[in-house]
Design a protein around this ligand. Structure first.
Ligand SMILES: C[S@@+](CC[C@H](N)C(=O)[O-])C[C@H]1O[C@@H](n2cnc3c(N)ncnc32)[C@H](O)[C@@H]1O
Length: 435
């Protein structure tokens, strides 16, 4: 990132050198690498991981104003505290000027739209599995994985252990989405608590949200499922920062919920939840009540997916119909919409929000093995509990086969790399502000 190149230049400038003697401590370890992917891959492999994915791609952060971009850079500049007050502005101007010359900052001033201010950098994203958890036979974790894979009773989204084994791709997806939106969020000096609704096993709360929050911000993470919350408290506790509480996002007596005592919230994250909730209007009303005026909400919703098309087909199949009479309760409310963005936009506007962003894009989740993809799908299948024991495997095979026929599942068996197993869907991401 030219962020670092500019620092290295400034450390040689007599005006700033005395404040930047340890500049290399603050430069990414991959800044001067000739092949960062191979360096990081080798590091992970040598430390007992199987690398599932590792690549570098250009990224852009955008800001609605030059001041917001400047404030953001100020907040991540490790040297500014050391520079005397009367030189801070010069230091910052010099840093920004150098970044601009190095093509790390840019702006686009369109005719109708607001100007947008960009920061450019390259980002490496990697995913790895700790080897002994999955591959060494006979160890504690391996038995846990095996017994979970063979477990016979499944309820709708109430299987934190099983879900957690496969949810790493979703956590990565949430991190990517949150990173894209983060610079647009506004943080007052005294940040209000932040709420994560439908937190699942708590990975996103602890690994994605908590590390990005301004210091001292309280994070309340909630879910309808007590089993999920138990799992969160055991595996994703962060005392002093995260509190886990139960909440049904559509519950009518919101004011009596445990979460209400922490309101109003400055931000609400509602990631991969609203496709599970038939009454989206009630959900966005409740979220609106929980927010402070001016507070912001971030939503990610499965807009449509062959996962649901396959369920709808199966509900008409005489082998499965009796277990799926309420199938529409489990289909995303946007699955059959002709214009998902406009529907959700209108819903938000009619419930007292200003919509800052709303769009739909194709997404892919990938899994290192067919079994892991199957287990993940098992963990999110709401009908399997109802199917008799001796038919569960047939049900699952039929569901997966239909999804494959509908091009919702695919695989890529490369020559040198591990095969990769994909799930395809469209995701809607929205950001809105309470008016
Ligand atoms: C797919 S998980 C998403 C987990 C996490 N937000 C993420 O992005 O990875 C959906 C979660 O929503 C929870 N959920 C479903 N209906 C809910 C409701 N009405 N109120 C609150 N949580 C709900 C489920 O129990 C599940 O843990």
């Amino acid at each position: 990132m030219v962020f670092y190149t500019a620092f290295e230049e400034m450390a040689k400038d007599s005006r700033w050198a005395r404040y930047m003697q340890d500049v290399e401590e603050f430069v990414s370890p991959y800044q001067h690498s000739e092949d960062p992917v191979s360096d990081f891959r080798q590091l992970l492999q040598s430390e007992g991981y199987q690398v599932l994915h590792c690549d570098v791609a250009p990224q852009v952060l955008f800001f609605p104003s030059e001041m917001q971009r400047r404030d953001f850079l100020k907040s991540v500049c490790p040297f500014l505290d050391r520079v005397p007050v009367d030189q801070k502005d010069n230091f910052l101007d010099d840093w920004l000027q150098r970044m601009e010359k190095l093509n790390g900052l840019s702006k686009v001033v369109g005719s109708s739209e607001e100007p947008k201010y960009y920061i450019h950098f390259n980002m490496m994203v990697a995913m790895a599995i700790k080897l002994h958890q999955h591959l060494v036979p006979g160890c504690e974790e391996d038995r846990l994985l095996t017994s979970l894979a063979e477990q016979e009773v499944y309820t709708s989204m109430d299987k934190p252990d099983l879900y957690n084994l496969g949810c790493a791709p979703l956590t990565l997806l949430a991190a990517k989405q949150v990173d894209e939106l983060w610079p647009v969020l506004t943080w007052p000096r005294q940040p209000l608590p932040v709420l994560d609704i439908g937190c699942g096993p708590g990975d996103v709360a602890r690994k994605v949200l908590a590390p990005r929050l301004p210091p001292g911000t309280k994070l309340v993470a909630c879910d309808i499922s007590t089993k999920m919350l138990e799992f969160c408290r055991q595996h994703n506790a962060l005392p002093g920062t995260i509190t886990y509480e139960q909440l049904d996002v559509v519950q009518p007596d919101l004011e009596n919920s445990a979460v209400w005592q922490y309101a109003p919230f400055g931000k609400v994250f509602c990631l991969l939840l609203l496709h599970w909730v038939p009454d989206n209007r009630r959900a966005v009303q409740n979220i609106q009540k929980l927010l402070v005026p001016g507070g912001e909400a971030v939503f990610s919703i499965i807009a449509n997916m062959v996962f649901y098309t396959a369920f709808e087909e199966m509900a008409k199949d005489s082998r499965w119909a009796r277990y799926m009479q309420d199938v529409e309760e489990f289909v995303s409310p946007y699955q059959h919409s002709e214009d998902q963005v406009s529907d959700f936009r209108q819903l938000l506007q009619s419930e007292g929000y200003q919509v800052l962003r709303c769009d739909v894009a194709p997404q892919v989740l990938f899994f290192p093995s067919e079994m892991q993809r199957r287990d993940f799908l098992k963990s999110v299948c709401p009908f399997l509990d109802r199917v008799p024991e001796d038919q569960k495997d047939n049900f699952l095979d039929d569901w997966l086969q239909r999804m494959e026929n509908l091009n919702g599942l695919s695989k890529d068996v490369g020559s040198s790399e591990e095969p990769k197993y994909y799930i395809h869907f469209n995701i809607m991401v929205a950001m809105a502000r309470k008016l």
